[in-house]
Design a protein around this ligand. Structure first.
Ligand code: CP
Length: 302
């Protein structure tokens, strides 16, 4: 993985993904180290973020490294018309690794093709969010004791939810049965379903939420992505399609967990937070360890 950019989850093999999860366990046991003391990581966020940006920056800081970057591009020379190419080529002079979120699908791939330093895609439009997937895999493995042969229910905006796209593709390596719950307008794109079909795995599509809870291992809730809708009325019509309440998960398996990449808007009632089956805040914490592991491996320090 040394010097290897991560743009799409499939850029890394199943074995490489599992290696990241293994190294993440080490960082969970000992998150404060000095291995990045000679390194500068650039954190370029052209689109809003709380967890991804701050967990990356926390991960670097806890490993003794330095962070440069921005949380919005309005104070940079992008505002004067500078291209993404020139921005990346410039910032690569100042850093050893670039973490980038950009609203344009394919922008991370483009950056990886021209950058002399590795690029980590922190989300490109509605396309992919591979580091979220790595922390989702870590969270599933940690709570279920395995990644194999699970029933995973994904609920909400399966069309625009980039975390869903990356997670489904990754879970295709583990004989997963998928339960896809969405409004008809927000079904999982066929380009992602193609990965399920290629592996001859089973998937079921629903429009009602609680049909599958009794045999699901993981419920992966997602937000309806307001920012991806061109028609605000369409968003208003379907924004509250699914709201999870505590009583709905009462009869689930003991090991059942509710995950959510966050941010939550109102698709999980806050009463669910007190359930032992709610795991989304621990999931966000796992992002620090997984991102520490990923950066250590890309920089050749593990
Ligand atoms: N999960 C996630 O990507 O959250 P942020 O948008 O806050 O980074």
């Amino acid at each position: 993985m040394k010097n290897k950019s991560l743009v799409s989850i499939n850029d890394y093999s199943k074995e490489e993904q599992l290696r990241i999860l293994e190294v993440a366990q080490e960082f969970e046991k000992k998150p404060v180290q000095t291995i990045l003391q000679d390194y500068v990581v650039a954190s370029l966020f052209f689109e809003p973020s709380t967890r991804t940006r701050l967990s990356f920056e926390s991960a670097v800081n806890r490993l003794g490294g330095k962070v440069i970057g921005f949380s919005e591009a309005t104070n940079t020379s992008v505002k004067k018309g500078e291209s993404l190419r020139d921005t990346i080529l410039t910032i690569a002079n100042y850093s050893d690794l670039i973490v980038m979120r950009n609203p344009v699908e394919g922008s991370a791939r483009f950056a990886s093709e021209i950058s002399p330093v590795p690029i980590i895609n922190a989300g490109d439009g509605a396309n992919q969010h591979p580091t979220q997937t790595l922390l989702d895999l870590y969270s599933i493995q940690k709570t279920q004791g395995t990644l194999d042969n699970l029933h995973v229910a994904l609920v909400g905006d399966l069309k625009y939810g980039r975390t869903v796209h990356s997670l489904v593709i990754a879970m295709c390596n583990f004989n997963t049965t998928f339960h896809l719950i969405s409004p008809l307008e927000l079904k999982l794109p066929s380009s992602v379903k193609m990965h399920i079909k290629e592996k001859n795995l089973s998937y079921f599509q629903y429009t009602e939420m609680n049909e599958v809870f009794s045999h699901a291992d993981i419920l992966y809730m997602t937000r309806i992505q307001r920012e991806r809708f061109s028609d605000p009325l369409e968003f208003e019509r379907i924004k509250n399609s699914y709201i999870l309440h505590k009583d709905m998960i009462a009869n689930t398996k003991d090991s059942f967990k509710v995950l959510h990449p966050l941010p939550r808007v109102n698709e999980i009632d806050i009463q669910v937070d007190s359930s032992e089956k709610a795991y989304y805040f621990e999931q966000a914490l796992n992002g620090v360890y997984v991102r520490q592991a990923l950066m250590a491996l890309i920089l050749g320090l593990r």
